[in-house]
Write a new protein. Structure first.
Length: 366
């Protein structure tokens, strides 16, 4: 059973240079209890997709439902079923981690003692007991992301949206957050994850949808997508970059498809149909013409290879940002709107900055 369904979603933004088609008929369905990764570069439409599904923006056309509820027709019911952690940690830096989570619980009308109990529980789950009573402004990037993710889980949502949750984190913090996400899924959560990190999609996702130019261009498990590239790849690194032309010639005679070369002209790879035999032949030919190698080997396709084959560019290539991404720092990514609590206009004192609104709301609920 699909708990997230989208059909024919379109969204066009107006800019000084003309219309930007962020979504161009996007279709998507996510089975309950699974992890779906939306994979694509900046500007592909990932964040816009999340914003439509979490009621932060309205699509120009198409239909989307969460747990059977139309996200446009009934946004309040949709928000009660979801939690969201956006690209930027939406936390009040002047409050402690515990106070941030307690405030979210109060905004959900959990009551004082229930909010405090849930906040303390999440502080322990996310391994923040030693730092939970310190102001968030002193937290590291990884700790901020953990508090932000904890805020999305205050109400135990059926569906969790994670928009590039590990962007900017160091490898240790990224691994820690991956472990938390894996535990959430093991407990039955449904996760829609957007990412530019192919390793992240490979590790966490049951299913991967590759998005480019506002539409899904391929979908499948990691292994299914890699099978589209097929076979093995032979990779060689030469000592002298001036040998690149001769190396490429040898690879083209043995492999299939185009040779991929690194920016410095020293590392080259190509798909082959019979990995071991092809590697032996290539090494023999390179040795015959006197090419000195620094390294050589054979590997199976990666999601990087899949992405390059499908889109024509690498996943890490610098793209134009998603036109909607700029609003992530504004009220659009406010924890209340993102995680299902009342939106900014529903809170006490709707005017003023986000932090001012939160403080006034906190004073009201206390």
């Amino acid at each position: 059973m699909s708990i997230i369904e989208a059909e024919g979603l379109t969204k066009t933004y107006r800019s000084k240079s003309g219309p930007v088609h962020a979504l161009a008929g996007l279709d998507l369905d996510v089975p309950e209890g699974s992890v779906m990764a939306l994979l694509g570069p900046n500007g592909a439409g990932k964040t816009t997709t999340v914003k439509v599904l979490t009621t932060l923006i309205r699509p120009d056309s198409g239909r989307a439902t969460i747990a059977g509820v139309d996200v446009v027709a009934d946004p309040q019911a949709t928000r009660r079923a979801i939690g969201v952690s956006g690209q930027y940690a939406a936390v009040d830096e002047n409050l402690t981690g515990f106070e941030n989570l307690e405030m979210i619980g109060r905004l959900y009308h959990l009551g004082r003692s229930a909010s405090r109990a849930r906040a303390r529980e999440l502080i322990d789950v996310f391994d923040l007991a030693e730092a939970g009573d310190r102001p968030v402004k002193g937290f590291s990037g990884g700790m901020r992301r953990r508090i932000d993710l904890a805020g999305a889980l205050v109400m135990n949502p059926r569906v969790l949206f994670l928009d590039e949750p590990t962007t900017g984190l160091d490898p240790r913090s990224r691994l820690a957050l991956w472990g938390i996400i894996e535990r959430l899924v093991a407990d039955g959560a449904t996760v829609l994850l957007t990412t530019q990190y192919l390793e992240e999609a490979d590790r966490l996702a049951d299913d991967i949808a590759v998005i480019d130019d506002g539409t899904v261009i391929a979908r499948g498990t990691s292994d299914e997508l890699k099978a589209q590239v097929g076979g093995h790849r032979v990779v060689v690194t030469v000592v002298d970059a001036t040998d690149a032309v001769r190396v490429v010639g040898v690879l083209e005679r043995t492999g299939t498809g185009a040779v991929e070369s690194s920016g410095d002209g020293r590392t080259h790879s190509i798909a082959v149909t019979n990995g071991p035999a092809a590697l032996q032949r290539i090494l023999g030919e390179l040795g015959d013409i006197g090419i000195e190698l620094h390294d050589a080997g054979m590997r199976r396709p990666t999601l990087d290879d899949v992405f390059l084959r499908l889109t024509g560019h690498a996943a890490t290539e610098d793209e134009q940002p998603d036109p909607s991404a700029g609003s992530d720092r504004s009220a659009g990514s406010d924890r209340s709107a993102g995680s299902g609590a009342p939106g900014p206009s529903d809170r006490a004192g709707a005017g003023g900055s986000r932090i001012d609104r939160r403080r006034r709301t906190e004073e009201t609920v206390r």
